[in-house]
Design a protein around this ligand. Sequence first.
Ligand SMILES: [Zn+2]
Length: 248
Amino acid sequence: MTNVGFCPLCRENKAIVKSHIFPKSLLGLDREAVVPKFFKGNRSVSAGSPRREGVYEKLLCKGCEDKIGAFESYGIKILKQAETHFCRSDDFFSIKFDYKLWRLFCLSMFWRASVAKRVEYIECDIPENILDMIRVSLLDPSASDWPTNLYPIRVIRSEQSCIDMRGMHIFPKKYIRNDNSEFLYSFINGWGFICFPGLYEKKSRLEALFSFEARKDVLTIFKYIDKKDKFFTSFWEEYRLEYYNRNH
Ligand SMILES: [Zn+2]
């Protein structure tokens, strides 16, 4: 039975297929079921029952699903290389890359989470005008020449001694810091995706935070081993220190 509906990417009525919002291969689900969790202080708390197939919904037409699939293949290939690197080294991972494909891979996950209807993604809201810019770029990557200070996404590898992170997924959430800076973040199977949902200014704290993401030739991914076992503490600590170092 065909399931015809509105595809939010090409905006046509077509047969709609099953889409994972975050790619299934990123979940590492061969043996593990995805376990939706959130963090409460320094403890991880289950946010639902494990799902062996990950989290998906009927979202896009087949043509659009294939388009995004190409960005996913590229992004996952890089993450696999980074994972192999981190297995033998705690040093950062650095690689020459295709900035456009990588960016579209990262943005496509937040875009899908924003247009998805499932309750898990309710906190991921990107303004309509930005959503549409991402949509146009996903359809035609040649339209994606955005400035690097617009919607930057940092990807980090996070490992913590007290929490088993295999298959763990934190759905995209909004995080507002004490200084009122706002971020979207998501965590999946050891990978953290941190997005600044806007345009940051030059010489700002955010420029320091996303300095590596402004490079179009080389991608750098850092690994954080949090000895205090507090999620992302190292990341935010770095945020503070970088700003301090730059301004003192
Ligand atoms: Zn479509």
